[in-house]
Write a protein that binds this ligand. Structure first.
Ligand SMILES: [Zn+2]
Length: 355
């Protein structure tokens, strides 16, 4: 394949938290609109990201990150704000070449600012359709419970999600602290979601080791895992999960910022891909980790030496595993196919010119 610029290269993202996408620019807008005073030290010097306390340990970094995250997420006050942050994020993704985004949304967060689940979803859906109309980007939503809020809250989120079926909400997800409670406690919530016809996924193998992945697989029956990177600690289980067809949602910058791995050389992105996993990329909480989905592809290319074919494989993996209806999946796969054909015909034209 000829060298490609990554800007219009088709990308897809399966792992990003909606509140974690708010850019500093958007944060300032929301703060002004909602009359909230933001601490000056919240932003990085270049103004492109957020500063948070880091003591160099994984646990300490997580605490610092969550504090900053809560300050920023706390700026959302209305359904309109949800619409605006969704539209703003999807537009930025489309400008980087993303054709598909799955956003993890939190009913608990909506409730914390006094919004019903329906009001929150309707606001987000407005943002999705506005961005889709303008850019062609597709998106779906994963309604997430927060593990450390406990199983009862999770059941509540599952019930709310099931009682308001929405064409864009295609899955139920579990986010939050992987070490809180046991996975078994969340079976009732996932049963409600499954009965409602929702797909399922959960965070595992990031803050906790391979056993957290095994738990999620055996107790909940997930095929897609938020992160899953720590599976490399158990090579036998790794083989088993590859055969099972497990899909890891890998967020390299997030892992490095939160000290899950110390550097690129230590990070298992390449190892998982070469082992046969249908790896996908995600930015998790992009401005907090000084990244974007475009940058994650760039990192795969530059730091992990993914070829254009391999990068395209990452996008294809994401679309194959996406929680979408079949006609939409087909449409998205065609976009990748068209891009590939274009590349090949450019290459041929270039060769003929040289002759
Ligand atoms: Zn996450």
């Amino acid at each position: 394949m000829p060298t490609v610029t990554l800007t219009n290269f088709p990308k897809a993202e399966l792992h990003v938290h909606l509140e974690g996408t708010i850019s500093p620019e958007m944060a300032k807008k929301l703060a002004k609109k909602n009359k909230i005073k933001l601490p000056d030290d919240l932003f990085t010097e270049d103004g492109k990201g957020y500063r948070w306390d880091s003591d160099g340990t994984a646990a300490g970094n997580l605490v610092g990150f969550l504090k900053a995250y809560d300050k920023v997420a706390g700026l959302i006050k209305s359904a309109k704000d949800y619409r605006d942050i969704t539209y703003d994020y999807l537009k930025r993704c489309a400008a980087e070449g993303s054709i598909y985004e799955e956003l993890i949304i939190s009913a608990d967060h909506g409730a914390s600012v006094g919004l019903s689940y329906k009001e929150m979803v309707d606001g987000i859906a407005e943002g999705v359709s506005k961005a889709r109309k303008e850019t062609g980007i597709e998106a779906r939503l994963l309604s997430a419970c927060v593990r450390h809020y406990g199983p009862e809250k999770a059941v509540e989120v599952a019930r709310q999600t099931a009682s308001y079926p929405h064409e864009l909400v295609t899955a139920f997800h579990m986010a939050g602290d992987e070490n809180a409670h046991s996975v078994e406690d969340f079976v009732p919530a996932f049963e409600i979601a499954k009965t409602a016809g929702l797909a399922i996924s959960a965070h595992a193998g990031e803050a906790a080791g391979p056993e957290s992945i095994r738990d999620v697989k055996e107790k909940l029956g997930c095929k897609r895992y938020g992160h899953m990177v720590r599976i490399v600690e158990d090579t036998a289980f790794m083989k088993e999960m590859e055969k099972f067809g497990a899909v890891p949602e890998v967020c390299v910058s997030s892992n490095l910022e939160l000290n899950v791995f110390k550097d690129y050389a230590d990070h298992p992105l390449r190892r998982l891909f070469d082992a046969g996993f249908k790896v996908t990329l995600g930015s998790d909480d992009p401005p907090f980790f000084k990244t974007s989905i475009g940058r994650e592809y760039q990192i795969a290319k530059e730091k992990f030496h993914f070829t254009s074919e391999e990068l395209l494989r990452l996008t294809r993996n994401a679309i194959d595993a996406a929680f979408v209806d079949e006609p939409t999946r087909e449409k998205l796969l065609n976009k990748i196919g068209d891009y590939q054909l274009n590349l090949l015909s450019n290459k041929r034209a270039l060769r003929n010119k040289r002759r």
